[in-house]
Design a protein around this ligand. Structure first.
Ligand SMILES: *Cc1c(COP(=O)(O)O)cnc(C)c1O
Length: 220
């Protein structure tokens, strides 16, 4: 299948899921596997939100596609020492996973940076992110950082998760998002949910995702 055929098929499934839920979902194209020319084809096919998971790849793609009207997402773990190189070029950062990282972003940002708190609701040891129990301590500290805006929560389900586990993870993340939003803390609107990838995006949308991050499905 061509990239544009894959885009058409994903967008049709997303539209179908949107009809069922009654909420809008933004499709983010993850281009970490491909060169800039394929990312360009993805944008031409209608995906204008683009994500990379590593600083170097992010900066490289952004430079090569600087003529295109793209909303840029950084979705992977960000090392503190790299924050200054990249953070002011990012429209959304999806992997805020420590207080120290939030403080570094606040220090280096020259405008308010839209961030997702990464939460590890599956408890999988290999996954980054705050455990739900950490959040009560973490939120008041982050609420004090004027350049960090928490737009929502991001989570990743284990690749081998069963259907039932997926649903549990998505639902738990959604409940957490609503609970945080209801606190009304400064700079923590927390209205969005970044969850769902190539394998599970339809489920994720049905369970509340407002952003899905899709890579491999576009490029095969
Ligand atoms: C690679 C990646 C994705 C996309 O994964 P696919 O399974 O290829 O759709 C989504 N989120 C993050 C954080 C990633 O690193």
């Amino acid at each position: 299948m061509t990239i544009s055929e894959n885009v058409a098929s994903v967008l049709a499934q997303v539209a179908d899921a949107e009809t069922q839920t009654g909420h809008k979902t933004t499709v983010i194209g993850v281009t970490k596997y491909v060169e800039a020319d394929q990312a360009r084809a993805l944008v031409a096919a209608g995906i204008t939100h683009i994500a990379e998971n590593r600083t170097e790849l992010f900066l490289d793609k952004q430079k090569k596609l600087s003529d295109l009207p793209i909303t840029w997402h950084l979705i992977g773990t960000l090392q503190r020492r790299k924050v200054k190189d990249v953070i002011n070029r990012v429209d959304y950062f999806h992997a805020l996973d420590s207080i120290k990282l939030a403080q570094e972003i606040d220090k280096r940002a020259n405008h308010v940076i839209k961030c997702f708190l990464q939460v590890n609701v599956s408890g999988e040891a290999s996954k980054h992110g705050f455990s739900p129990d950490d959040l009560a301590d973490v939120l008041p500290i982050i609420a004090n950082l004027s350049q960090v805006e928490i737009v929502g929560l991001m989570t990743m389900a284990p690749i081998d998760a069963s259907e039932a586990e997926l649903v549990e993870i998505f639902d738990k993340t959604k409940r957490l998002q609503l609970e945080i939003a209801s606190q009304g803390l400064p700079h923590i609107l927390c209205t969005e949910l970044s969850m769902g990838m190539s394998q599970d995006y339809q489920q994720a949308i049905l369970h509340g995702a407002t952003f899905v991050r899709i890579g491999s499905k576009f490029f095969k």
